[in-house]
Ligand binder design. Structure first.
Ligand SMILES: NC(=O)c1ccc[n+]([C@@H]2O[C@H](COP(=O)([O-])OP(=O)(O)OC[C@H]3O[C@@H](n4cnc5c(N)ncnc54)[C@H](OP(=O)(O)O)[C@@H]3O)[C@@H](O)[C@H]2O)c1
Length: 263
């Protein structure tokens, strides 16, 4: 089991779901973890749990869609602990955005502010220190929606496609500086967000081959991050979507449209 003793890790969206799991598991593997999110009560509970295995760990209220607040928080963590070695940009929101929604552009802006601009802000804020020290790990959480956008999820899919494209470009740019930048595709996980996606459709769970637990995804990430491979895929089945659409574009299109009309 890979250890992270003495490393300082920041995890966003740490109050629930995948982010909470990453934070707790990193602390158990020796890291000093700072978990960020908006819900204070959940963060207090998280802090108690983190300190059982990693006494210097903590949690702070921070809205990553507020770029100034997020970058100020990261600077203060760097000042307090001397460095940030690992950043997991995991905070995310999801909302259906059908084309006839009366809400217009607003949900697009909110989703992009959190999922994309939050990720960009965090990445750009920690990179100078990591490049100077010639070491560091950034994991930006994307989604299979980026590679196979589903009907009625245009804003979420666009935000995650933007995360993937940004992360890949940066990963290539800073690889020679000793900084490992990864994009994570978690497959499907029964978190609050995962279950709300199921409840918004016909209620059936995705195929078994793409179902993962929070523990599965966290284990995969903690074992693979810092390694040579930029993409971290928690399941292999979703990788067939881009292959399928390239080899059989019409069949892919028909499948997606059938799915759209079945909802
Ligand atoms: N579950 C899946 O199947 C799945 C699949 C692919 C990708 N993902 C991605 O995985 C990541 C984690 O999602 P999850 O499934 O664990 O869902 P979740 O349980 O709903 O967790 C989302 C986390 O993000 C935090 N968050 C949301 N907006 C925030 C903001 N503006 N500032 C700070 N924190 C914020 C939430 O905390 P607060 O409300 O306390 O702020 C919460 O801790 C997301 O990026 C999601 O898109 C999930």
């Amino acid at each position: 089991m890979k250890r992270y003793d003495g490393q300082v890790a920041v995890v966003t969206g740490a109050s629930s779901g995948l982010g909470r799991r990453f934070a707790v598991d990193l602390a158990a593997r020796g890291a000093v973890v700072v978990g960020l999110a908006r819900r204070e009560r959940l963060l207090t509970e998280l802090e108690d749990e983190l300190r059982r295995t990693s006494p210097e760990s903590g949690a702070a209220v921070c809205d990553v869609s507020d770029t100034e607040a997020y970058t100020t928080e990261l600077a203060s963590i760097e000042r307090e602990h001397g460095h940030v070695d690992i950043l997991i940009n995991n905070a995310g929101i999801e909302q259906r955005t059908p084309v006839d929604s009366p809400e217009g552009l607003e949900p697009y802006r909110q989703i992009l502010e959190t999922n994309f601009f939050g990720t960009v802000a965090g990445t750009l804020a920690v990179l100078p220190g990591m490049r100077r020290r010639r070491s560091g790990i950034i994991v930006n959480v994307s989604s299979d929606s980026a590679r196979a956008p589903e009907p009625r999820a245009g804003a979420y899919a666009a935000s995650k496609a933007a995360v993937s494209a940004f992360t890949e470009a940066v990963a290539h740019e800073v690889a020679a500086d000793g900084v490992h930048v990864h994009v994570l595709y978690p497959a499907w996980v029964p978190t609050a967000m995962g279950m709300s996606g199921v409840n918004d459709s016909d209620g059936s769970l995705p195929p078994k081959a793409v179902r993962r637990t929070e523990e599965d995804v966290s284990r995969t990430v903690l074992e693979r991050m810092g390694g040579d491979r930029m993409d971290i895929n928690a399941a292999w089945l979703p990788l067939l979507a881009p292959i399928g659409r390239t080899l059989a574009p019409r069949a892919y299109q028909r499948g997606m449209r059938k799915f759209a009309s079945s909802q």
